[in-house]
Write a protein that binds this ligand. Sequence first.
Ligand code: MN
Length: 245
Amino acid sequence: MLERIAIISDIHGNIPALNAVLKDIGEKHIQRIICLGDLVGKGPDSDLVIDIIKNECEIVVKGNWDDFITKETEFETLKWHQNRLNNDHFHYLESLPFSFDFYMSGKFIRLYHASPHSVYTRIQPWDSIEKRLSMFDDTEHTGFNKISPDVVGYGDVHQAFIQHFQGKTLFNAGSVGNPLDLTQASYTILEGDYQSNKESSMAIQFVRVPYDIELAIQLAKNKEMPDLQPYIKELTTAKYRGIKD
Ligand SMILES: [Mn+2]
C-alpha cells in the first residue's frame, strides 16, 4: 500500500521549529513520523522536545547530543542543558536504538543519525567517495545483518541533500531546529510501498517550513540560555558557529 513517512531530525530544543514541522506534517495527513536523533541541546527546550517526540514519533534513533548529554561533564553549557531534564528524560535518551531498517518499494532502507560506525562520525556531502560509501557499511551497531542498504538516510550535518552513486542513494533530512543550509526548518518525506520488498516507484521529497525564528530566540533569552549569541547567529544566518564571517 502506498504510504508516506515523514523523517525529521536534529530538533535541538527548538519548539517553534518543531511545532511548525509537525503542523505541516499533519496538514499533509502523514501518520508515520521517524526521528533521526539530536532532540536535545543547542536550543532552550530539550525537555519539551523529548515529551513531544516521544508521543509523535513511531521510531526515534539516538544522536550524538542524545548520547553525551547523559554523561557526566565539566562543561557549564552542557550542565545547563542537562538541568532541563529529569530522570525519565535521561532514561528515554539512553534507551534509544542506533538505527532502523525497513523495506519500501523493494528498496532496503537504513536510517541512523550520523554514520553506521558511530553517532560521532560526521560525513559531509562533499566528503570523498570512500567516506560516503562507508555510510552503507554493515557494522556492529547496525546489527551485522549482511545486507547492504540501497538507501541510507541520516541527520547530524544539518544540511538537506540527496546523492545517487554506485547504485546507492544517500540522503540527509536536514535539521528541524538548527538548519545550516537555509533558515527554514527541514524534513523529508518517503513515499512508497512500506514494508514491501517488491519493486515499485518510490519518492523522496524535501520540505522546508518557515517558522517564528524571533520567538525561538526570545524563548532562549527568557531562560537565559548560555552561548546565546552563537545560537542566534545560527538560527538567523544558517551558518555554523565555527565558521568565520
Ligand atoms: Mn545535531
